[in-house]
Every structure is written in C-alpha cells, then in structure tokens.
Design a protein around this ligand. Structure first.
Ligand SMILES: Nc1ncnc2c1ncn2[C@@H]1O[C@H](COP(=O)(O)OP(=O)(O)OP(=O)(O)O)[C@@H](O)[C@H]1O
Length: 252
C-alpha cells in the first residue's frame, strides 16, 4: 500500500499540488485521473521520488519514503517498476536486451538466469519469437508490452504507469489495460496508473483518485463514479457523451 499524506508541491512559487492525501491499495489497479495540467504527473513523480515534495509524507507499506536517507530510498526504488509514456525503449537494443536491461544493471544474477527471467517476462506479456527484433520493428501495442515486460523484470512490489495508452487505438488500449490488471493481481503489486482515458477508468479503475487543480477532488471506485454527485468530477467525466448516456441508464 502507498499512502500520500498532505502533499504540497510548488515550482517557483506556483503551487501545483495542494494538500493531497490518498491511499493506493495493494493488489489493485489504482488510477489517478484529472484534466490536462491538473497535477497528475507531478503527483506520480512525487510518489516515485523524482520530485521532492515541499510538505507532506509518502509511505510505502508503512515506510516513510520522504523521511528516508538516500541509501534506504534506493532500496525502495529497486522495488518499483515503471512504464513511461511512449514506452521509452532503447532503440539500439533488441527486445530481449531491453527487458534484460534492469537485470543487467541492478541484479547479481548470472547471464543465463537474466536471460531466462527476460524470457519469462516476455512470455507473460504474450510476446514470443521477437527477442532479436528491434523496437522499431514492432507495433505500438507490442512496444508497450515489451515496456511492461521490462517494468516487471525485477519483480517489483510497486508498478507505476504514466499514460500507458497514449498513442494506442481503443482495442489495443484495452489489451494493455487488461494486462496491467492481470499482472497486478498475479504479482500482488500496488499499481498506480496515470490516465485521462475514461475507458481505462471504467475498465480497471478499482480505485480512482481524481485530481482537480492540484487538489484531490474525489476518491472512489469505478462503480461509485457513475453515482457521484461531485460537480467537478462530473464536469470532467461527462465531457464524454458516451458516459453521459451510460450514467442516465445506470440511474434509470
Ligand atoms: N518541472 C516543472 N516546473 C514548473 N512547472 C511544472 C513542472 N512540472 C509540471 N509543472 C506544472 O505543473 C502543472 C501540472 O502539470 P502536470 O504535468 O502534473 O499535469 P498533468 O495533469 O499530468 O497533465 P497531462 O494530463 O497533460 O499530462 C502544470 O501547470 C505544469 O505546467
């Protein structure tokens, strides 16, 4: 479980996060949603330690990440897997080398164990016979699956995904969402996904934290969303006609 308590963050005096508190649960896909510029990425980067918060505390399974010295923080970083926007694969490395990369850098496993682990992760994301291809030879959805395989290569307890569906068509987005959901359950990870894709929210939003202008505007599950009378949340969500219709049907 990851807990965020009263987090504030400003850049050059401009406040971006204001008193954000939220809990992200173990074994669940936790989504951070909100309009463009609301502060989702800054929150995610603060949680993983890429931004230092001005005030507040962040706990990883009751361990205060914000209160730790660098060495202890490094220990927690090894428990994190990250899926960046646009996959961020190394173009000059093969698929297998990309997936093996975190193991090459951070583990003391033998070469054959690293290769076996990379193969296990590739099989887990249903990618076979592509080990020797380069990212440019794969479709966007396949690249994303390679990036997921790389993110889980070190067997992380915490998985962070920043806009995992960016650049993917709706059908492929669902495949990626389902994969993230399945591996979260299978490896009992605390997964946090940053998204403004409403299909993801309604598909895998076991826990949803809505950020509005740097503040937590709402928190609940995908099922609560359709019944919520929170004005800011509804303004954000029902910008989509499809969801407006769905809500009318649910509330009939
Ligand atoms: N390093 C930075 N320095 C200064 N301002 C920043 C920095 N990073 C983010 N901001 C500002 O913080 C605000 C929130 O940005 P953030 O990237 O978190 O939004 P977001 O909700 O993730 O948006 P999007 O969905 O478009 O990615 C924006 O006004 C942005 O300009």
């Amino acid at each position: 479980m990851i807990e965020v308590h009263g987090v504030y963050k400003a850049f050059e005096g401009v406040r971006v996060l204001k008193d954000v508190s939220a809990t992200f649960e173990t074994g669940k896909t936790n989504l951070i949603i909100g309009q463009s510029g609301s502060g989702k990425t800054v929150l995610l980067k603060s949680i993983v330690g890429l931004h230092q918060v001005d005030e507040g505390e962040i706990f990883y399974d009751n361990r205060s990440f914000t209160g730790m010295h660098d060495k202890a923080r490094k220990g927690i970083r090894k428990e994190m897997g990250m899926l960046f926007q646009g996959s961020a694969l190394f173009d000059s490395k093969t698929v297998e080398e990309n997936v093996r990369f975190p193991l090459d850098v951070f583990s003391d496993m033998s070469f054959s164990d690293r290769r076996d682990r990379a193969n296990f992760c590739l099989q887990r994301v249903h990618l076979e016979n592509v080990n020797n291809l380069f990212p440019s030879e794969l479709s966007g959805g396949m690249q994303k699956r390679v990036a997921i395989a790389r993110a889980i290569s070190l067997n992380p307890k915490y998985l962070f995904c920043d806009e995992p569906n960016s650049g993917l068509d709706p059908r492929t987005s669902i495949v990626i969402d389902n994969l993230i959901y399945e591996i979260t359950k299978e490896f009992n990870m605390t997964t946090i996904v940053n998204t403004h894709d409403m299909n993801s929210v309604m598909g895998i939003g076991e826990k949803v934290v809505f950020i509005a202008q740097g503040e937590k505007g709402w928190e609940g599950t995908k099922d609560d969303i359709l019944k919520s009378d929170n004005e800011r949340l509804n303004d954000f969500i029902y910008a989509s006609k499809f969801l407006k219709k769905l809500r009318a049907e649910v509330n009939k």
